[in-house]
Design a protein around this ligand. Structure first.
Ligand code: AMP
Length: 285
């Protein structure tokens, strides 16, 4: 596996792979890799011939009061994980390599950046879309792999690629979970034992919603949201930021579910902000 720290060196690796006729897959990450990331790298290795993983904690997507400084950084372990999962190259640029001057060109995927996490994290998705656009331009992959865990991000990047005619395919992979259902996240490392126990309530709430939707045929968002909130209230250290049901395509609020929808939760458990979601699909099964 190759390690590239500069734009020039990763471009040279990809150029070589393409010259050999290989299809290039790309998995962007912020490191502190866990089984969720591994599933993306493995899927990329199944669908493409040369997988590039990027590890870059992107300052442009963190607000001033967020955890950029303390975000977990575990590069040595991450490199081993990448190699084992089937990466051919890892791109680990410095902040100076990615942002050598004040960044003035921003990608704003209007409307989709505003709801859900966009309300509490102003500028976050502009930072995400911009760094993904930069990474797509640097690497030039045929396919890029994202997790459903960050569903708003996946919807925004898919739309950016469509609207700006970027020549790659976005693949969204299922959320990988702990045995009690908690979605794997680099931020789970911040939870103490009691918070970790309560964090499982996010998925319990989503499962309750899925059950009411699939088994009881409930279609009113209001009823589903109320049932999820009731479960979250069982966690003394849980402070809900939002519990919402929105359409999968454009993240708009819906009263009655008639098409694919997302049930999404963001909550602080102690001091740690967690998100999770499931897709509600009328046509499933
Ligand atoms: P991050 O390092 O948190 O920026 O995440 C990098 C990629 O991994 C994103 O596409 C995430 O959606 C994805 N990811 C993070 N956690 C999970 C998970 N539990 N299951 C599947 N994908 C995940």
């Amino acid at each position: 596996m190759e390690l590239a720290k500069t734009i020039e060196s990763v471009r040279a690796l990809v150029r070589q792979a393409k010259a050999e006729g290989r299809k290039v897959g790309f998995v962007p990450t912020m490191g502190a890799l866990h089984r969720g990331h591994i599933s993306l790298i493995e899927e990329a290795a199944r669908q493409t011939d040369f997988v590039v993983v990027s590890i870059f904690v992107n300052p442009a997507q963190f607000g001033p009061s967020e955890d950029f400084g303390k975000y977990p950084r575990t590069l040595d372990a991450d490199l081993k994980v990448c190699e084992k999962a089937g990466a051919a190259a890892v791109f680990v640029p410095s902040v100076g390599e990615m942002y050598p001057q004040e960044n003035l060109a921003w990608v704003n995927v209007e409307k989709l950046c505003e709801p859900l996490c966009g309300r509490g994290r102003k500028g976050h998705f502009r930072g995400v879309a911009t760094v993904c656009a930069k990474l797509f331009n640097i690497i030039g992959p045929d396919m890029a792999f994202f997790g459903q865990k960050d569903v708003q991000q996946a919807v925004i990047i898919t739309r950016m690629v469509e609207d700006l005619d970027m020549p790659l395919k976005i693949v969204v992979c299922p959320t990988v979970r702990e045995s009690d259902g908690l979605a794997m996240s680099s931020r789970n490392a911040y939870l103490n034992a009691e918070e970790r126990r309560q964090a499982a309530l996010l998925y319990a709430a989503l499962k309750k919603c899925e059950n009411m939707f699939e088994k009881e045929g409930v279609r009113q968002s209001g009823r589903l949201v109320e049932a999820m909130k009731e479960i979250l209230r069982q966690g003394a250290d849980i402070r809900v930021e939002y519990v919402e049901i929105v359409s999968l395509r454009d993240l708009e609020d819906i009263d009655i579910i008639t098409d694919k929808a997302i049930a999404a939760i963001a909550a602080k458990v102690g001091g740690t902000r967690l998100i999770d979601n499931i897709i509600l699909d009328l046509n499933r099964k």
